[in-house]
Write a protein that binds this ligand. Structure first.
Ligand code: NAG
Length: 922
């Protein structure tokens, strides 16, 4: 029996081979700066402000800061920014050499605001609008007040650590750790911790020419119950306590093969913004640093005690300290933006006011994307595209992974498999579809390859520590990596996308920038050595997390110029940093065909969304492995309500196009995709509003229900804008799912919700068990909203451009509702010159009216109003009267009346009419 179960276990472990090899990646203890900084434990911070040195300017102050342990002097600069935001920097007053400052993340210079400064002998108060900062001199501490409420403090836990640049022969500073002072009487540099001046990891040696250079600071969120943010991790939305509980969350862009769930390991992207949320307010810290960063979290619920802490919140007690985040970076300066909310949406907007919002995508990019590694040849591509038509399944974009290239040389095609690439693209265009192909940053070292020769001749590659072109190993074999930090190299790179240079290309193909962490198969932690050298003499250590973004800057410029600035570029990236939303959509990388990965896609995309990246998605079906049928269709149903909607699969997986499954399964998948298309007008409006307001599209429940503590830790539900509540089915064999309906006031005050499929009304706070058949995705429209849809589904999104609109008016308890619709040419930048319609609908007292939000904007469209479905009124009217702009009245019929909804049939009004109204007649 024993024998048998042992064999059984072995078999199981062979089947479940999907597992990350953790040995490839460092722990905090293996990254010497993390280990050193994490253990800093002062009873009293050695940093003190020299108030005598205060210099006051209209928008900022400068003052000196001294480390009493070693006499090092630092410059603190603090400035006020419009919109409840402060910025401060701490750098060495006179460093041995300049330290790296991130300049490519912000969308531009922030809008500064006037400050008023008062100083006493012990502190400095900086007022800005309603807010203030108190800088305490001894010991150094910053307190940020939003409207007189202490919201965030910095260094109140005395963990500030700043390793000034020094020469190796210098005596090291006295030990930072006072408690261990006697044990560590290290007067001799040889007694610096191993790893301080050079470091080994596996077979890799890091020479650290600048020695130790870490910076670290702690932040306490005094009004918060939970912290969230700092993507990208495959973990819960609310951050878990890490102190005394494993490693900190790590931010270091890495290509992690078969990443694991519930993990704080680094993934492909790093966005160092963390928010603290409590029922009184939301605030955030953007730690602007592109070096490897670790974040220790304390005072939040850990996995084990989530329920306990909810109970104690509800009981009004809080045994724990206020939550705090301790940021630790390997190099750079302390460069921090503090956003003070006070609402969650205020805080999200304040972050995107700094780093930008995503550009409105072309309509096709919001449709369904069909990808796999790889579609074999041009016949395969056209056959798959044709099959989507045969099976009446909408699809907008076919994708090509690396195998389309001539031996992984980007900007070339394999002419065996794709002899007529341009014709293939034209054929797709004729079907109303697009193509997206991959261009990775690694460049094959091949003397017959123009790109390699250009980069070699012109010195465009990143250099190794000896100043020679760095060589790594990636898909093409031996490869080098262009230094996208150099504007000249970015221009060269962008030029390669132009049709005159890359002829087998089109004005409108999408580009997929993958492997841009960068991935280096034989490098330390599957990436580039930190002592590699970049433009400006910076080490890779300083800029690592920004590398992928700099590739995107080049790609974006190339795609703009490829179409004479007429078309909005579509780019997908794997690596990301603060500001990536300005250039590209992001997907969650190489996930697996497992139920847990489907579930993880929600908190992963929510974390990215609040960190500015709204255009997020996960590979439908899972990249590694073969999904069971039920998982595949549940994944389609989930993905249909997530901004970036793409199926993708590893080269070793079985083909999984929808028609390869039995008819009943194909029909479920078809239904999910068609549902997505029916909501395209809403999606497009949400993307426009994201560009305009900076608010995320996909939102955690707390964005709309900040007072409902039960909603803080819900990871299997989310909202789209403030309109839809989504609870995807993500469990095998589920016939029921629990849906949580949140509270508006933290108690029993409910919003009204309507099931989008049958308009069933729900008005409650708490969990409802909802029956789900194979087709069902529990999605609810919030009472008080109006949603535009298109009910005539076509082969692709762009073919639906002129189709009529259906409005779903779902009333609140006052029988009112409001909504918006955005219309433009769906592809160009003409909307930035006022060529669009932005319409507001309002339903009050039985009258639906429409007016333009931006009256100066205009656009010629054939789109008209096909029907209005009014949901939640008790009485059905006998007819309705349409009044157009010229006040002419027309009678319209009421049809399909049920207990909860009725339809106003064919009002027929053009959406170009600046104002119109429909009155219900009883
Ligand atoms: C393009 O479409 C035409 C007409 O259907 C077909 O004959 C041709 O083979 C297609 N070419 C490619 C490359 O797909």
């Amino acid at each position: 029996m024993r024998q048998f179960s042992l064999i059984f276990l072995l078999v199981i472990s062979v089947i479940h081979t999907l597992a990350v090899d953790k040995n490839n990646f460092k722990t905090c203890d293996q990254a010497s700066f993390c280990k050193r900084s994490r253990s800093v434990q002062h009873e009293r911070s050695p940093f003190e402000v020299n108030i005598d040195t205060l210099i006051v300017n209209p928008n900022y102050i400068n003052v000196d800061l001294t480390n009493k342990h070693n006499g090092q002097i630092f410059d603190l600069k603090l400035e006020g920014i419009k919109g409840n935001t402060f910025h401060f920097e701490i750098d060495e007053k006179s460093p041995l050499k300049p330290r790296y400052r991130v300049v490519d993340a912000l969308k531009g210079e922030p809008t500064y605001e006037a400050i008023k400064v008062t100083a006493t002998g012990s502190d400095i108060t900086v007022k800005c609008g309603e807010n203030k900062v108190i800088i305490y001199a001894t010991p150094f501490k910053l307190e940020f007040y939003q409207n007189d409420v202490l919201t965030i403090s910095a260094n109140s836990k005395a963990k500030m650590h700043f390793e000034h640049l020094r020469r190796k022969q210098e005596a090291p500073p006295p030990p930072e750790n006072e408690n261990e002072q006697n044990e560590n009487e290290a007067q001799d540099q040889n007694q610096d911790e191993p790893g301080t001046w050079e470091e080994n990891f596996k077979s890799h040696h890091d020479i650290k020419p600048n020695g130790p250079s870490a910076v670290a600071l702690d932040f306490t969120f005094h009004q918060a119950n939970i912290l969230f943010g700092i993507p990208e991790h495959a973990d819960s939305f609310a951050l878990k306590t890490t102190v005394g509980n494993g490693d900190p969350y790590r931010l270091y862009n890495l290509d992690v093969f078969e990443y694991e769930l519930n993990s704080r390991m680094a993934l492909y992207g790093s966005i160092p913004v963390v928010y603290g949320h409590g029922h009184k307010s939301t605030s955030g810290i953007y730690w602007q640093n592109a070096a490897e960063t670790w974040v220790d979290i304390a005072g939040t619920a850990s996995e084990q005690n989530v329920m306990e802490s909810i109970v104690s919140f509800v009981a009004g007690s809080r045994q724990q300290d206020a939550p705090s985040a301790h940021f630790i970076s390997e190099s750079g300066i302390i460069d921090v933006f503090v956003v003070l909310g006070p609402s969650p949406n205020d805080a999200f907007k304040q972050y995107t006011a700094l780093t930008g919002s995503g550009n409105l995508p072309q309509m096709f990019a919001i449709g369904y994307h069909q990808c796999r590694w790889n579609y074999n040849d041009q016949q395969d591509v056209m056959q798959v595209a044709t099959k989507f038509d045969e099976h009446d399944i909408p699809m907008d974009t076919m994708w090509l992974d690396i195998e389309y290239t001539d031996s992984k040389k980007y900007f070339t095609w394999d002419h065996q498999k794709f002899p007529n690439a341009v014709e293939m693209m034209k054929n797709l265009t004729n079907m109303g579809r697009h193509l997206t192909f991959i261009i990775d940053p690694h460049i094959k070292r091949d003397s017959g390859y123009f790109f390699h020769n250009d980069c070699t001749d012109r010195g465009y590659y990143i250099k190794n520590k000896d100043g020679k072109d760095y060589e790594g190993w990636c898909w093409p074999g031996s490869a080098s990596y262009p230094d996208f930090f150099d504007p000249e190299i970015r221009k060269y790179y962008a030029d390669q996308y132009l049709l005159e240079n890359f002829k087998e290309n089109s004005r409108d193909t999408g580009i997929w920038n993958d492997m841009n962490e960068p991935s280096v198969f034989n490098g330390p932690e599957i990436t580039m050595p930190k002592d590699n050298l970049h433009y400006g003499g910076w080490e890779h250590r300083d800029v690592h997390n920004l590398y992928g973004q700099m590739q995107l800057v080049g790609t974006f410029d190339g795609l703009l110029r490829r179409a004479e600035n007429e078309l909005r570029p579509f780019i997908l990236t794997r690596a990301h940093f603060s500001g990536t939303q300005r250039y590209a959509a992001v997907w969650t990388g190489d996930n697996a065909a497992e139920w847990g990965h489907l579930e993880a896609s929600i908190p992963m995309c929510l974390s990215l969304s609040v960190a500015g990246i709204s255009f997020c998605g996960a590979d439908i079906g899972g990249f590694f492995g073969n999904p069971e049928t039920e998982l595949l269709y549940r994944w389609y149903q989930t993905g249909a309500f997530i901004p970036f909607f793409r199926a993708h699969a590893h080269i070793d997986t079985k083909r999984r196009e929808p028609w390869l499954y039995p008819d009943d399964v194909k029909l479920i998948i078809r239904d999910a995709i068609r549902k997505r298309y029916s909501f395209l007008p809403l999606w497009y409006t949400m993307f426009y509003e994201h560009e305009r307001s900076g608010l995320p599209i996909m939102r955690p429940l707390l964005s709309q229900y900040p007072l409902d503590k039960n909603a803080y830790n819900i990871d299997n539900q989310f909202m789209l804008s403030d309109k839809l509540l989504i609870r995807p089915v993500m469990q095998k064999g589920a016939s029921k799912v629990d849906v949580y309906f949140p509270s508006r006031n933290g108690d029993k005050q409910a919003d009204i919700w309507y099931d989008i499929d049958d308009y069933r009304k729900i008005e409650r706070v708490g969990v409802e068990s909802v029956t789900v058949n194979t087709y069902k995705v529990p999605v609810y429209q919030r009472g008080g909203t109006i949603i535009p849809r298109k009910m005539r589904i076509r082969r692709s999104a762009i073919l639906m451009e002129n189709d009529p609109i259906t409005l779903i008016v779902a009333v609140d308890s006052d029988k009112r509702a409001k909504g918006t619709l955005y219309i433009d040419d769906e592809k160009s930048f003409a909307y930035r010159q006022g060529k669009y319609l932005y319409i507001e609908f309002e339903f009050i007292d039985g009258v639906l009216s429409s007016q333009l939000i931006d009256e100066t904007a205009s656009y010629t469209t054939k789109v008209w109003l096909e029907r209005v479905i009014i949901v939640g009124l008790d009485k059905v009217p006998s007819s309705a009267t349409l009044r157009a702009s010229n006040n002419q009245a027309t009678q319209v019929d009421i049809i399909d009346a049920s207990k909860t909804a009725f339809t106003i049939r064919k009002p027929g009004v053009s959406l170009m009419e600046p104002t119109w109204s429909i009155t219900l007649n009883y």
